[in-house]
Design a protein around this ligand. Structure first.
Ligand code: AMP
Length: 116
């Protein structure tokens, strides 16, 4: 079920614009609107789940395959020579959009980004 006031649900429904770079049955990938690095991308389940803990296990394989595909695309497009995955789960961990998402951060030598 989509949540009326959820930014990512509204993006999935096409009510809000986004730069979508990939799509599978149950996931989309969009560029982050406020990128920490060039190519900063978010993997988002189409259904509204709040955190990783709410995503059903039967989506696990698709989530991994899709995340790997998007990361490969970023590497092939030379957005990075490596990448970090990050996921903030619940407010105390820094989650601002309460619809589960995985950050893919392409990394380059000397970019100065600190993830952990
Ligand atoms: P988090 O702290 O993990 O919840 O991060 C939420 C991320 O979503 C931030 O990096 C935001 O820049 C990003 N974000 C928020 N609204 C949008 C939007 N409309 N389109 C793309 N990215 C967004």
């Amino acid at each position: 079920m989509a949540e009326k006031n959820c930014v990512f649900c509204r993006i999935v429904l096409g009510e809000l614009k986004s730069e979508k770079v990939a799509e599978s049955n149950s996931f989309i990938a969009i560029r982050d609107i406020n990128p920490k690095v060039d190519g900063h991308t978010l993997v988002i389940p189409k259904k509204h789940f709040v955190t990783l803990l709410d995503i059903p296990n039967n989506l696990g394989r698709e989530m991994l395959e899709f995340t790997k595909k998007v990361a490969w695309d970023l590497m092939n497009e030379k957005k990075g020579d490596g990448f970090n995955l990050a996921m903030n789960n619940l407010e105390v961990a820094g989650q601002e959009v309460m619809h589960a998402h995985i950050h893919i951060l392409p990394r380059k030598e000397g970019d100065g980004v600190k993830v952990l």
